[in-house]
Write a protein that binds this ligand. Structure first.
Ligand code: G3I
Length: 320
């Protein structure tokens, strides 16, 4: 059978997976699926500030290079994730005594260095991740405390100084039309009005138990596109609440993947990235109390790297 990536290449759309360096190095089945089946990749953790910054003045690019170079070697679209986030900051960060000015200099240098290093290899960056709280207000973070709401504008400007990649705002829970996606719409409209170089919005689409309505996702995509922004699905996975698993979970999951892919492609979203290669190493199996709350098989390939009904469903949409 023709691998998914070839079908996607022919159709000029992108099907992606988030990648982890350990699995890529040590697991041949993982490596092969990552290489053959996806024409887009996102480092799952390796480009975040924590993993990249062993100390306030130093960088460790080992894992990030491994993934980005894998992308370059196999002609993949590479999404950089993420330059500015309130989570996964370095361990030393809390204890680091700093002024607001030092935060500003630190963040600017971080963005210039990281985006600049991958100028030729990273196609799109999640410049700012998850800046809006679930009620639609600006999330209070170390960045907003030090720099005010302007930190978003600054981050996009600094990124555009260092790279020609497309620059995205990325968030979760804003996949369909709701209070949070309304707030993100207003935020990005304001940034565009001010001439800030924002190119697109990433909808994460972690469908964990609650599965946002595909039709509403399509309408959400359309309204952002009408603003002049590109829209990508950046972190898709599909799980169930432990207490609410349907009788035929793999079929329900496949149907949801199919409905979302159809709605997204119809609405003009042409990049859909899944948050991992196979169920064997999904973040849901190791993150906080999530293993107790959600089923742990949210992806297109199973435990043994065999394709699931969801894979066939996605394939059928791309072939259509
Ligand atoms: O690598 C370290 C290891 O050295 C250490 O011994 C171990 C002990 O806790 O932790 C390992 O780091 C973990 C890392 O994943 C790599 O496995 C972190 O604890 C763990 O918190 C981290 O979780 C990641 C999570 O972001 C952090 O918030 C997940 O893998 C990653 O999938 C997840 O991705 C996020 C996106 O970036 C943003 N959107 C939501 C998405 C899901 O939460």
């Amino acid at each position: 059978d023709q691998p998914l990536r070839e079908i996607a290449d022919e159709r000029d759309v992108r099907i992606g997976a988030a990648l982890a360096p350990g699995s890529l190095r040590s697991d041949p089945s993982y490596w092969k699926r990552a290489k053959d089946e996806f024409n887009a990749i996102t480092p799952e953790n390796a480009l975040k500030m924590g993993p990249l910054r062993p100390s306030p003045k130093t960088y460790d690019f080992t894992d990030a290079d491994a993934i980005v170079n894998f992308g370059a070697a196999h002609d993949k679209y590479v999404r950089g994730h993420t330059l500015v986030w309130h989570n996964q900051k370095p361990d030393w960060f809390e204890a680091w005594e700093h002024t607001d000015d030092q935060i500003r200099t630190f963040l600017r240098d971080h963005i210039h260095t990281v985006a600049g290093r991958y100028r030729a290899k990273i196609d799109a960056w999640d410049v700012v991740n998850e800046a809006i709280a679930d009620d639609g207000s600006l999330r209070e973070t170390v960045w907003s405390e030090a720099l005010g709401e302007e930190y978003l504008d600054l981050a996009f400007e600094w990124a555009s100084e260092a790279t020609d990649a497309d620059l995205y705002y990325n968030d979760y829970g804003a996949d369909a039309i709701n209070e949070k996606s309304d707030a993100i719409y207003d935020l990005l409209e304001g940034m565009l009005d001010r001439g800030i170089p924002v190119d697109g919005v990433g909808l994460q689409l972690h469908a964990l138990g609650d599965h946002p309505d595909p039709e509403s996702i399509g309408e959400n995509i359309e309204r952002f596109r009408e603003l002049g922004l590109d829209v990508q699905i950046t972190e898709m996975d599909v799980a169930f609440h432990r207490g609410e698993v349907p009788d035929d979970p793999l079929e329900v999951q496949a149907d949801y993947y199919r409905d979302v892919f159809e709605a997204c492609l119809d609405a003009g979203c042409e990049t859909i990235v899944t948050w991992g290669v196979a169920d064997a190493s999904t973040w849901l199996r190791g993150f906080a109390d999530f293993p107790e709350r959600y089923t742990g098989d949210p992806l297109l390939f199973d435990e043994r790297y065999d394709p699931k009904p969801a894979y066939d469903a996605v394939r059928a949409v791309l072939e259509d």
